[in-house]
Design a protein around this ligand. Structure first.
Ligand code: MG
Length: 386
């Protein structure tokens, strides 16, 4: 049976700043989605200030009917968020009316249509306070590095490698993408995806069977809105086991807690911290966080979700390490790598400060004198030579 897995995520307002959505707005979305006739099953959850809706159906990718369910559910919950005076109520709904597809309207989407295997395990990831490139490193390690993914050595199907689709998310005229095969083009892949701000892994496909293993939401909110509206807070779906890496091989790279953009005002770097589903974010409006839920699906019906980063005490140790990393980097405030580079700050007030200061810069006279003398000497040398 062909089943479509659709994960749509948005921030429609939260309590106490950017911490977490209200129970009432979550309940409103659950209530709205449960009444839809288009979907087979669903789950509603939160991570940081975002709400995620996972839906199963048979309408395929980019279905206007299914996307409209999410859009209308978020719109309905926004009215409640506004009534409650939640901070940033409706902030990710960038357009006034639904136009057939939530892509480009604010919410981020990860979806794939699959031929269900006899047993179909998959993981739903949702990240907050970071952008889509935050998944680049974990996906590289999970699908292309035998030091992490033993399946690349031990499983004949996995060892045939994977095809990566990478998107240039700074290009706004359309979807600018490239396909690269691992392991053949491993260095080329690494050369692109080291740049999390620009090149984002959008999908991964088995080279043994052609089946899709990974779908990542690749929206860049500031490109849509024309100004800075927050970080993208990407969703991701990953199928595991058999022809794909094992669940453990996909989850393990999150032990690194690598530094990604999106901390405090979306303008600082911080460690991507694996947390429990429903976790809020209250340390410098962060740190960047990610949750993971494991499911199986059969004929479109979902099992209970397993909270992956709450299923083993080792993740508590990982969180302790992430906390050390977050504390360490935040101690240096705006200095150096703690704050993002100027290319990522172009929608912030710092640009106004720089513009205001620009006319006050002077070039010292003695330098100008030296420069003129140097010019004279060089000219004389040229004349001699002629
Ligand atoms: Mg968020």
């Amino acid at each position: 049976m062909k089943t479509t897995l659709t994960l749509i995520k948005a921030d429609i307002g939260s309590i106490g700043g950017h911490v977490r959505p209200s129970k009432e707005s979550l309940a409103a979305i659950t209530d709205y989605v449960s009444k839809s006739r288009w979907i087979l099953d669903y789950r509603v959850f939160s991570i940081g200030d975002d709400i995620g809706i996972l839906m199963t159906h048979t309408q395929g990718k980019d279905s206007p009917e299914v996307h409209k369910i999410a859009w209308d559910a978020f719109s309905f919950a926004t009215t409640i968020a506004k009534e409650q005076g939640l901070y940033g109520a409706g902030q990710d709904l960038l357009k006034d009316a639904f136009s057939g597809n939530v892509k480009g309207m604010g919410p981020s989407v990860a979806e794939m249509e699959i031929e269900e295997r006899a047993n179909e395990p998959f993981i739903v990831f949702a990240a907050d306070k970071c952008d889509a490139g935050a998944f680049n490193l974990p996906l590289y390690l999970g699908f292309a590095d035998p030091m992490n993914c033993a399946g690349l050595l031990l499983s004949p199907k996995v060892s045939q490698g994977f095809k990566f689709t990478v998107m240039d998310v700074t290009y706004t005229e359309g979807d600018r993408v490239i396909e690269l095969n691992a392991p053949d083009e491993l260095y080329e892949l690494a050369a692109l995806i080291r740049d999390n701000d620009r090149f984002v892994i959008e999908g991964i496909y088995s080279r043994a069977t052609g089946e899709q293993a990974v779908a990542v939401g690749t929206t860049r909110l500031h490109n849509i809105a024309g100004k800075y509206t927050g970080k993208d807070d990407p969703p991701m779906i990953v199928r595991t086991q058999s022809q794909f890496p094992a669940t453990g091989e996909v989850l393990a790279p999150f032990k690194i807690c690598h530094y990604v953009a999106g901390f405090m005002r979306g303008s600082h770097n911080g460690p991507l911290t694996p947390v429990r589903v429903g976790q809020g974010a209250s340390f410098f409006d962060g740190p960047p966080i990610v949750c993971a839920q494991g499911f199986c699906v059969h004929n479109g019906k979902l099992t209970d979700g397993v909270d992956m980063f709450d299923s083993d005490p080792i993740w508590d140790s990982v969180r302790a390490k992430a906390a050390e990393k977050a504390l360490g980097l935040r101690e240096q405030g705006f200095s150096g790598p703690a704050m993002l580079g100027m290319n990522e700050l172009e929608y912030t007030g710092v640009m106004e400060i720089l513009a205001k200061l620009e006319p006050r810069f002077t070039v010292r006279e003695d330098f100008k004198r030296e420069e003129k003398q140097m010019e004279k000497i060089l000219r004389a040398k040229v004349n001699d030579h002629e």
